[in-house]
Design a protein around this ligand. Structure first.
Ligand code: HEM
Length: 218
């Protein structure tokens, strides 16, 4: 279920830890998570999908969608850095391999050796719905800077990853992160996570504190 994690993060990050107040990823960043966040009484997939960035979004749309939630360019670059861990299904990027502009072409911004590899070893047909592909090959279980290194090698898996290298400001920030320490990436990432946890928090009597973050209380 592709969007589950992102829904989880944006809708109820504060509730992931119900008895504590900080999140730590082993060998990665950690951040404070205030408990008791009020969430909405309605959870509608199509409403959420309209606002959540898509892997096919270009830089203008990404910036706009983040700005709509009071997240800036740095937040966009930092939070995309979460793609240093985990996997994707082929459908999120196979258009880049097989039919980028509708004439059975390949995305010219994708490293062609990487594209060849993905076609021959992973997403063998355009409609493959089952194969899982690591987003940060070789380091998918490690929270590190290699996602950004790959972006500069034109090996970002999604158009949305690759797009971060095509805006002067986001590109400059990628370079800055790569020149800095892993520890400073962790602390910046943590700040953006905390900021994301504050998106459209309900106050007063509006909404409710969920017992289980993924469900409205009943
Ligand atoms: C910039 C906007 C973003 C887009 C367009 C995007 C898109 C995606 C897509 C398409 C997948 C793969 C889904 C699949 O095919 O199974 C994915 C996976 C993932 N995303 Fe994002 N994402 C974005 C931002 C984020 C943010 C802000 C976070 C967290 C801070 C995040 C964390 C992850 C993780 C950890 C996975 C791997 C999930 C797994 O291994 O099952 N992404 N994302």
């Amino acid at each position: 279920m592709p969007h589950r994690l992102r829904l989880l993060l944006s809708e109820c990050i504060s509730m992931i830890v119900s008895s504590g107040d900080s999140i730590a990823i082993t060998g990665g960043p950690s951040w404070k998570v205030p408990t008791g966040r009020r969430d909405g009484l309605l959870s509608n997939a199509s409403e959420a999908l309209a606002q959540i960035p898509a892997p096919f979004d270009n830089i203008t749309i990404l910036i706009q969608k983040f700005a709509n939630k009071s997240l800036d360019l740095k937040d966009l670059v930092l939070l995309s850095g979460a793609h240093t861990i985990g996997i994707s299904h082929c459908r999120s990027f196979s258009n880049r391999l097989y039919n980028f502009t509708g004439v059975r072409d390949q995305d010219p911004t994708l490293d062609s050796e990487y594209a060849d590899n993905l076609r021959s070893r992973k997403c063998r047909t355009q409609n493959d719905n089952t194969t899982k592909v690591e987003m940060d090959p070789g380091s998918r279980k490690t929270f590190d800077l290699s996602y950004y290194t790959l972006l500069l090698k034109r090996r970002g898996l999604f158009e949305s990853d690759s797009a971060l290298t095509r805006n002067n400001n986001t590109l400059a920030y990628i370079n800055q992160l790569l020149q800095g320490s892993l520890q400073s990436f962790f602390s910046e990432f943590a700040l953006s996570m905390e900021k994301m946890g504050q998106i459209e928090v309900k106050t007063g009597n509006s909404g409710e504190i969920r017992r289980n973050c993924a469900f409205i209380n009943n």
